[in-house]
Design a protein around this ligand. Structure first.
Ligand code: RAM
Length: 364
């Protein structure tokens, strides 16, 4: 009796131990299954997130006045940098020569390609309006920078510096160099360029000040931002105006070509030169005194800002309304202001001379 009782106890114990074990293994299985399920959920979430990130990469095209201009190559570097920051695709294009027809053809192709944004330095403010309007209607965010499209053809314009200030400063600089006396001429880019024409208007305004009474603007000529044409226009000015005392060239291509022409003709010192120049192209002429001083802004920063702002419009972070405030990467806060239509400003222009040119020539 005692023995059978013992067996019974052993049996009951064995059953309960098995039960406990199977229960605990069952629990482990459930836990494992739950873990797997959890892992799957996490994996799904990651996949979803990746998808969202993938959707947030856009295609932004930068169109410049013409290719082969180091000013725009510097802007390209900035644009590429902004696009890389967000994993966007960056397209850089321009016609071979600074024509509006070439730019229209490029925009047509970009509309067909369904890019998300276009930022352009315009060869003509009005002639680009119809094609830019078509791009806007197709849902592409279109802005201009450097040289503006008329307000009806773009959402906003990224201006390098205050237009009035650039125009006035160039007259002030040449006046200093020629002691406020004598004939001056302007050697510009193309005759339709929005930016140069706006600066020239302010130069003419500045020249109305009585302190310039002994200075005379005798000619405004156009080198079309082509090296040889600009060079030949400079030579033409020397020939037509033997008493010429100064030249303002508000284009990086024009000022470098004029400096070269002055040196080739042995006229450095006799005719003073100022304007807007790229330090890397002008260093030698500034150091040897052919051009005592000139101004510009950072074209790489300008290209960066234009591309950055294009993206903010694409994502809807800004809409382009006057008064809107936003951050542009490390540049800090910017506000959309009323210029000729909505505008955003890069910053003040910078003046270069023999003291600081070497430092900047290495940068752009
Ligand atoms: C040329 C171009 C550009 C202008 C500079 C100063 O490279 O015309 O548009 O901003 O000069």
């Amino acid at each position: 009796m005692k023995k059978s009782l013992l067996w019974l106890v052993v049996l009951v114990l064995a059953i309960s131990i098995t039960a406990v074990f199977s229960l605990s293994s069952c629990k482990t299985e459930v836990a494992e299954e739950e873990e797997v399920a959890e892992e799957e959920v996490v994996a799904e979430e990651v996949a979803e997130e990746e998808e969202v990130v993938a959707e947030e990469a856009y295609t932004i095209a930068m169109i410049v006045k013409s290719t082969g201009n180091p000013f725009f190559e510097a802007a390209q570097r900035g644009g590429q940098e902004a696009a890389d920051e967000f994993g966007d695709t960056f397209i850089f294009q321009g016609p071979e020569t600074a024509t509006v027809e070439g730019q229209i053809a490029l925009i047509e192709a970009l509309i067909a390609q369904e890019v998300d944004g276009i930022n352009i330095s315009a060869n003509d403010p009005q002639a680009l309006v119809p094609i830019c309007t078509r791009a806007l209607e197709a849902g592409i965010k279109v802005i201009s920078w450097d040289s503006a499209v008329a307000p009806e053809g773009r959402i906003l314009h990224v201006n390098q510096a205050d237009t009035e200030l650039i125009g006035r400063v160039e007259v002030q600089m040449i006046a200093e160099m020629i002691n406020y006396e004598g004939q001056i001429a302007i050697l510009s880019a193309t005759s339709q360029a929005t930016n140069q024409n706006a600066w020239i208007e302010w130069m003419n305004e500045e020249l109305k000040d009585p302190k310039y009474a002994n200075m005379e603007l005798v000619a405004t000529v156009y080198g079309d931002d082509e090296r040889e044409k600009s060079y030949n226009e400079a030579i033409g000015l020397f020939a037509s105006y033997p008493d010429l005392k100064g030249i303002i060239s508000p284009t990086t291509v024009g000022i470098a070509a004029t400096a070269r022409a002055l040196e080739d003709q042995g006229l450095e010192g006799q005719i003073q030169l100022t304007g807007l120049g790229l330090p890397s192209e002008m260093e030698e002429y500034i150091l040897d005194g052919t051009c005592q001083a000139m101004a510009l802004w950072n074209p790489t920063d300008l290209g960066y800002m234009a591309t950055y702002v294009t993206r903010l419009l694409i994502t809807g972070e800004i809409t382009g309304e006057i008064g809107e405030t936003f951050e542009v990467g490390s540049f800090g806060e910017r506000t959309i202001v009323e210029g000729n239509g909505p505008e955003v400003l890069l910053g003040p222009p910078f003046q270069f001379n023999a003291e600081n040119i070497a430092e900047w020539a290495a940068v752009y």
